[in-house]
Design a protein around this ligand. Structure first.
Ligand code: CA
Ligand code: CA
Ligand code: CA
Length: 408
């Protein structure tokens, strides 16, 4: 018995050694994985669609058996608008124009499967698919499998996502990292780079890349702070080194090569900030930014700015700007050049009013010098200050309402 265990151990060691020996620095194969709606891996590849008020011109026909209870959508697949319906007849059915000819009469129907998930409490999802999409034309030939999810029993709001992504393990400087690529524009290819500026951080419209930088076996994700999931760019920063990212168009393999990129300088005067930057070059999360920083040349979009200021009484005040970062929302860093912005105070106070039927919502924002919008509920020595005071005055200077902002 002992002999058998010893032999098995020896075989395992040999197998392990041969696997390590085979693993080439900076290269690996990527295998297909089925998508799960609760995985953060697909967050940047999810597409939210709402029911359209009427049938769009892109629809040439409807399925022969369609009822008169049809919800119309236009799915964005491979950067094209593709007809999709949910027929809410006796049983809900999905039809998607998988060959992009504008016709749904040539398409098969998909019925939903119920998936029970524990996201923010127990949730039932309806999942259609996987639907195979294949457009074949003179200049393009690709295939992708798509899932369509909804939590809405009336099926007015849908979430489209790829049904598969690709994952592997790569050796970089004696460490093995898990890497993932996701087809975010559903064209079956893994080559669509992030191109700033984008309107919504939730839907950058490009492919995504993930790397388990801290090698803890899970994907650490955050929209506004450090994140191991990012839009696909030309490079990735691992430790203090940059690696070029080369994914095979099919997504079957990846190569990361250490490079020394051309650098430029971002200068924010004497500001002390935290910054989250997306770029066509490499995502950056800079948490110790003082005055200036050197980053690779490229086009950038800041999604998060936290400005730290010391007042005359030596209190530290932290102001945060999410998404609306003014000029920092789209800027260029050029090789050996300095790009400068003045940010922060003196602040301008901007008020907004939105009417929704009988309710008017009044908001207040602090506008920095680069047009970056800060929330008025800043932190003083780490503690949230009370929300700003609000007074509504009529045309005769009478105060008709006085109170504090509810949501900061
Ligand atoms: Ca069709
Ligand atoms: Ca793609
Ligand atoms: Ca991790």
């Amino acid at each position: 018995m002992r002999k058998v265990i010893l032999i098995l151990l020896l075989i395992s060691v040999i197998l392990l050694l041969s696997t390590c020996a085979k693993r080439k620095e900076g290269q690996c194969k990527l295998s297909r994985r089925q998508v799960d709606i609760s995985e953060s891996t697909i967050y940047y590849a999810c597409q939210n669609q709402s029911k359209l008020s009427e049938k769009p011109a892109q629809f040439k026909d409807l399925p022969e058996k369609a009822s008169n209870r049809v919800n119309y959508f236009l799915a964005k697949i491979a950067d094209r608008e593709i007809p999709l319906i949910i027929d809410r007849g006796s049983k809900s059915k999905l039809y998607l124009d998988t060959d992009a000819d504008g016709c749904l009469s040539d398409e098969k129907s998909f019925t939903p499967k119920t998936i029970k998930k524990r996201l923010f409490g127990p949730v039932d999802y309806h999942r259609f698919g996987p639907v195979s999409v294949k457009f074949e034309q003179a200049a393009e030939k690709f295939a992708q499998q798509i899932y369509v999810f909804t939590r809405d029993s009336y099926m007015r709001r849908l979430i489209l996502g790829p049904a598969v992504y690709r994952k592997g393990k790569i050796l970089l400087d004696n460490n093995i990292y898990e890497v993932t690529v996701i087809d975010g524009n559903f064209d079956g290819k893994y080559d669509k780079l992030f191109s700033p500026p984008v309107e919504r951080i939730y839907q950058p419209g490009c492919d995504s890349f993930a790397i388990d930088l801290n090698r803890n076996g899970k994907l650490d994700f955050n929209y506004y702070h450090h994140s191991e999931l990012m839009p696909l760019s030309r490079m990735v920063k691992v430790g203090n080194s940059y690696y070029s990212i080369n994914v095979a168009e099919s997504g079957e393999s990846i190569e990361l090569n250490k490079i020394r990129p051309d650098l430029g300088t971002l200068d924010l005067g004497n500001a002390n900030v935290k910054l989250k930057l997306w770029s066509d070059t490499a995502q950056q999360y800079i948490f110790n930014f003082k005055n200036s920083v050197q980053i690779p040349a490229g086009r950038y979009q800041a999604f998060f700015v936290e400005l730290s200021l010391i007042d005359s009484e030596k209190n530290t005040c932290n102001f945060t700007s999410y998404t609306n970062t003014g000029t920092l929302g789209n800027f260029e860093i050029s090789k050996n050049q300095t790009t400068s912005f003045k940010i922060g105070p003196p602040f301008k106070i901007m008020t907004t009013a939105q009417q929704n039927r009988n309710t008017v919502s009044i908001g207040c924002t602090l506008l920095g010098q680069a047009g970056e919008q800060y929330r008025p509920n800043f932190k003083k020595n780490g503690m949230q200050v009370s929300p700003a005071v609000l007074r509504i005055i009529d045309e005769h200077d009478n105060v008709v309402y006085s109170g504090r902002f509810k949501y900061g």
